[in-house]
Design a protein around this ligand. Structure first.
Ligand code: NI
Length: 198
């Protein structure tokens, strides 16, 4: 288990470093869907927590704040989703211009009813999205999300190691900003407000 955790940490660190390099790239000021040659985001087709089929076009006209995780996540996901909920509260009426999306990396367990109960724990505005393995594979690839199943020794239940970023996409679906894990609700609200104004 310790070895697995280290492997996961290293993988996540490698992804964070890759993001760091992208983050510092000269093209960072370019508010298009790409960092140089690396595109982030794109079309998706998924099922929301009410069982409705949705696509990225469903949310056009509003900004999408996208987070990838899974409902069985013991620590990081609940913390991040709480931060999102608190940041939306801080934004007041402006929060209506943002659609918060929680996309599962664990479609095997995160069925529509499970997602429905889960998002309700955080915020009535939060939309949970699941899909087939192929649909989740496609959307995670588009957003450059790392995820992998990990079963702790002596456990029958598995965990999902996953990267943890908040992606802000514009009203046209193009990439706008990336927020790191562990931001305070205040800082996230400030970051969102700046992009809403810009
Ligand atoms: Ni998580």
């Amino acid at each position: 288990m310790r070895v697995l955790r280290w492997a996961a940490c290293l993988a996540i660190a490698a992804i964070a470093m890759a993001w760091g390099v992208l983050w510092l790239a000269p093209s960072i000021g370019d508010k298009t869907a790409s960092f140089g040659a690396v595109s982030v985001g794109g079309p998706f087709g998924l099922t929301d927590h009410t069982g409705r089929h949705v696509t990225d076009a469903t949310y056009r006209g509003r900004l999408m704040l996208v987070y990838f995780g899974y409902t069985f996540c013991p620590d990081v996901c609940p913390t991040e989703l709480q931060t999102v909920a608190s940041a939306l509260d801080l934004l007041g009426p402006d929060a209506g211009r943002i659609v918060p999306l929680f996309i599962t990396v664990d479609p095997e367990r995160d069925t529509v009813p499970i997602l429905k109960d889960y998002v309700a724990l955080f915020d009535g505005r939060l939309i949970g999205l699941t899909g087939t393995d192929a649909e989740i594979a496609a959307v995670t690839k588009a957003y450059r999300v790392y995820y992998a199943k990990a079963t702790p020794k002596g456990s029958t239940a598995y965990l999902m190691d996953h990267s943890s970023f908040l992606y802000l996409m514009g009203p046209d679906g193009s990439f706008r900003a990336l927020f790191r894990q562990g931001m305070s609700a205040d800082d996230l609200a400030k970051g969102l407000r700046a992009r809403l104004a810009g």
